[in-house]
Design a protein around this ligand. Structure first.
Ligand SMILES: NC(=O)c1ccc[n+]([C@@H]2O[C@H](COP(=O)([O-])OP(=O)(O)OC[C@H]3O[C@@H](n4cnc5c(N)ncnc54)[C@H](O)[C@@H]3O)[C@@H](O)[C@H]2O)c1
Length: 391
């Protein structure tokens, strides 16, 4: 079976997610295009890189990503670092002829996102593939939702309501990691989780053309976490910890118009007590509706309103399984369920198919740049207190 050598840059949460996914991809998909060989892991913290190398059986650990880029044996680079380094690492990797899967959001600045899209388009001419880590559109229930929408059974899509609600930063003692600093994150909730909800909404309803928004920061300063992986609110720092001003948003609320003619709303917050990974989408059409929540990701609820009789109308629950998109990774019976690990393996599989097939996946760098432009319009709308067109 074909083998591809992997370099991973950034050995935190996403480094782990990519490596677990890559290991599982050929085990879950019988037609997996290749088997990964873990060549080099890079992290600026040497102990993190060394520990990761041991646990994932990499051949080598390093602290300078250029060692990954300059290694002629490496075919694929997974960019799993904080947002401010995505552009320099991804562009260097593409120029060196590596296929690149880069975590989202694409970059911290519009000019960097644009440069990444340009570098990806140039590299594509030589058969080099790149992709952003927007995996939620690849949940089997979301692909099933897309099939149902495209079949016309819901009629014309009128409204899309999407939400991404989390609570891990609701406690003011939850530390200020790189995610709360504009220079490293670019934005707060907006880039971190809002873009996932936006990506799903656009996948199902077309591109957003106009927005009006409210963007808020509730906790204006936090105790500082120095370096290392973001602990995502799992520790609380005491009153004696050094404090730093938060210069990114905690919450975003947006009304949208889509190029399909649909309208809708998208909101995201990391401050919603009681909500964990509450990523939801509800789609209304002239003949029916559907609704989905990541916290029960294997279930899609559909109401074929115009097909049902009065008195019998309501949502029916589909448990996704072997008969649904990417059924190969699910277990043999609907309801046995997949989780985050299998979802990232689906993403790795889609990336692998694109690499071997020589085409750009739907979550290309160009798509990442488009999401970034919607985010720019959202920030501009909040500032101007007016509707803004996506440029
Ligand atoms: N797709 C998703 O669902 C999802 C989920 C979480 C995070 N992310 C994205 O993944 C990226 C990484 O987030 P994370 O949660 O894994 O962060 P993390 O804090 O857990 O890990 C980041 C790691 O990168 C290392 N690092 C920082 N700069 C580096 C550099 N220049 N070279 C090498 N290593 C470097 C850090 O030391 C740390 O170990 C971010 O862009 C984030 O937005 C995506």
């Amino acid at each position: 079976m074909k083998k591809m050598k992997i370099g991973v840059v950034g050995a935190g949460f996403m480094g782990k997610a990519h490596c677990v996914a890559l290991s599982n991809m050929p085990k879950l998909f019988t037609d997996a295009p290749y088997v990964p060989v873990f060549k080099t892991v890079c992290d600026v913290v040497p102990e993190i890189a060394e520990d990761f190398k041991e646990r994932f059986s990499f051949e080598k650990a390093c602290t300078d990503y250029m060692e990954v880029i300059n290694d002629p044996e490496i075919d694929i680079v997974c960019v799993c670092t904080p947002n401010d380094s995505h552009a320099e690492i991804s562009i260097a990797a593409l120029k060196a002829g590596k296929h690149v899967i880069c975590e989202k959001p694409i970059a911290t600045k519009t000019e960097d996102a644009k440069a990444m899209a340009k570098a990806a388009e140039e590299a594509a001419k030589k058969g080099i593939v790149s992709m952003c880590g927007y995996q939620y559109r690849r949940v089997p229930a979301i692909d099933e939702a897309k099939k149902i929408i495209e079949s016309g059974r819901l009629g014309e899509i009128t409204n899309v309501r999407a939400q991404y609600l989390q609570s891990w930063s609701a406690d003011p003692r939850s530390p200020l990691s790189w995610r709360f600093v504009k220079e490293t994150a670019g934005a707060g909730t907006l880039g971190d989780i809002f873009t996932h909800a936006l990506d799903i909404a656009q996948y199902l309803a077309g591109n957003v053309t106009d927005v009006v928004s409210m963007v808020k920061t509730y906790i204006k300063e936090r105790p500082v976490q120095e370096g290392g992986v973001d602990l995502l609110g799992t520790v609380k720092l005491g009153d004696d910890a050094k404090k730093q001003v938060v210069d990114v948003d905690d919450e975003v609320s947006v009304l949208c118009k889509y190029d399909s003619g649909a309208i809708g709303s998208i909101e995201a917050t990391r401050m919603a007590w009681g909500r964990n990974n509450y990523l939801t989408v509800e789609v209304h059409g002239t003949k029916g509706s559907l609704t989905w929540n990541y916290e029960r990701l294997n279930e899609l609820e559909v109401c074929y309103g115009m097909e049902d009789n009065d008195g019998e109308r309501g949502f029916r629950k589909i448990y996704t399984g072997p008969a649904n998109p990417h059924g190969d990774v699910t277990w043999n019976i609907p309801g046995m369920n997949i989780g985050y690990g299998e979802l990232k393996a689906i993403e790795a599989y889609e990336f692998a198919k694109a690499v071997v097939g020589g085409y750009q996946p739907s979550t290309s760098f160009t798509a990442g740049y488009q999401l970034d432009r919607v985010c720019d319009a959202i920030l501009e709308s909040d500032e101007k207190k007016a509707w803004v067109k996506v440029k």
